[in-house]
Design a binder for this molecule. Sequence first.
Ligand SMILES: Nc1nc2c(ncn2[C@@H]2O[C@H](COP(=O)(O)OP(=O)(O)OP(=O)(O)O)[C@@H](O)[C@H]2O)c(=O)[nH]1
Ligand SMILES: [Mg+2]
Length: 316
Amino acid sequence: MFRRLFGKQEEKTQDEILLEQSLQKTRGGILGRISTIFQANEITDELWDELEETLIVADVGMETTSELVEKTRTRVEREGIKATKDAYLILKQEMVALLRADEPLQIEQPRILTVVLVVGVNGSGKTTTIGKLAYRYRLRGKRVVLAAGDTFRAAAIEQLQVWGKRAGVEVIAQAPGSDPAAVLFDAMRASQESRKAEILIADTAGRLQNKFNLMQELDKMRRVAAKQVHRAPHETLLVLDASTGQNAILQAKGFKETAGVTGLVLTKLDGTSKGGAVLSIKKVLGVPVRFIGTGEKIEDLAEFDPVAFVEGLVGE
Ligand SMILES: Nc1nc2c(ncn2[C@@H]2O[C@H](COP(=O)(O)OP(=O)(O)OP(=O)(O)O)[C@@H](O)[C@H]2O)c(=O)[nH]1
Ligand SMILES: [Mg+2]
């Protein structure tokens, strides 16, 4: 019913199945209670109170919780809805509305070369995500090149090379310690000339959003990209460790202001019960979630789909 409401086929895609599996812990936790709340016989004040409390405990955040409950309640009252199962449907619709992106993802839009910058704090899962993205788009018949823009440590370059091999795509790298903007410049030129690549994905060093020098370095990469290819970088994906819940959102605020972030990748959703925090991300940051990391393997990446996410979050 819920899927059909959004014009979805009954058959689930591989991405939707991955999403649902990665939300098992979240659904098994406090958020799983929501479907029980809506098994009550009547819609009462207590039902709304209980819903609000559950969402807050599930790390959804105060502001988003209030808005979500208020909107759902208003619609239920205005539309004269009496059955709890119909109210539950409205709640899920409102959750989907919170997550919808305003713009399409740029990676597969037609253009000569699409440049994707991947940023985030240490250990959030940038390099792993790049490997997964490269694999995903190569399987779709795209020519992909990776740029080893994390020149901080030799091991970081090697790690990207390992992922490149796994994904079956080329990695453009320079010696450790080189200027990341120069690596990107080289990789862009190689992509356009000898490699004829359609998608270039650049790794960057893990950094804190408040480290001035590192943020300057990122800015330089952006400027170099823009000089060489019209409107590049076309996507700047911020990778966040979803297991840190609301903290991930705080971190993202800092990045968003300085790094021109256009989309989010949430990793390690599979290992956490804090998936509820995802509901407030788009509202708080104004940036949509684009991908979900669902494990450590190369195929463990799902394109974010609000309907499948909400289904996985609270159950059908
Ligand atoms: N369970 C799970 N683990 C993940 C996921 N994504 C990344 N990891 C793990 O997180 C750890 C860090 O991943 P990296 O890709 O090296 O992170 P990074 O952001 O590139 O780290 P730095 O280069 O040190 O800043 C690794 O052990 C990955 O296997 C995910 O979606 N799920
Ligand atoms: Mg890395």
